[in-house]
Design a protein around this ligand. Structure first.
Ligand SMILES: [Zn+2]
Length: 152
């Protein structure tokens, strides 16, 4: 069990790192959320609580905040905020975008509002099966447990 846990921890750390590579402004654009302003600071209505300018992102700092919801943070927390999902689910959503999304962004017109929605038919908060499959792949590729805590 310890080996499996170690695998899962590794997998989790890897996915968190992958998720943090996704840029806040790209995640916002992918969801078809339009914000005002130029440069690195953009603002607009909060997708959750409305208003006109209470929701803001800073692309150079890679942070967001909503004065209405009184929440803010990094790209992972913005997915938690928008999807109402857990940290792990947000990480799964974001890490799934990368690196294929880099190509999509180049090839697809950036102003297609529903660009991301079709490929996200699966709920972004429902990726346990996918994670389990990947964990299993790592498990299968792992060495024999003799000599490890798992062996005993
Ligand atoms: Zn809000």
């Amino acid at each position: 069990m310890n080996l499996l846990k170690a695998c899962n921890d590794l997998l989790r750390r890897d996915r968190i790192a992958e998720a943090r590579v996704v840029r806040i402004e790209e995640e916002i654009a992918r969801r078809g959320i339009k914000l005002n302003g130029r440069g690195s600071e953009r603002y607009g209505p909060c997708p959750k609580c409305g208003g006109t300018d209470r929701f803001a992102i800073n692309a150079s700092k890679q942070v967001w905040n909503c004065r209405g919801c009184q929440r803010g943070g990094d790209v992972i927390s913005i997915v938690q905020h928008l999807d109402g999902c857990t940290f792990d689910a947000a990480v799964a959503t974001l890490s799934r975008q990368d690196p294929t999304r880099a190509d999509n962004a180049k090839n697809a017109a950036p102003d297609l509002p529903n660009r991301g929605l079709k490929t996200r038919g699966r709920s972004s908060c429902n990726s346990d099966a996918e994670r389990a499959r990947e964990a299993l792949a790592i498990w299968s590729a792992a060495r024999e447990p003799q000599g490890t805590p798992a062996g005993t």
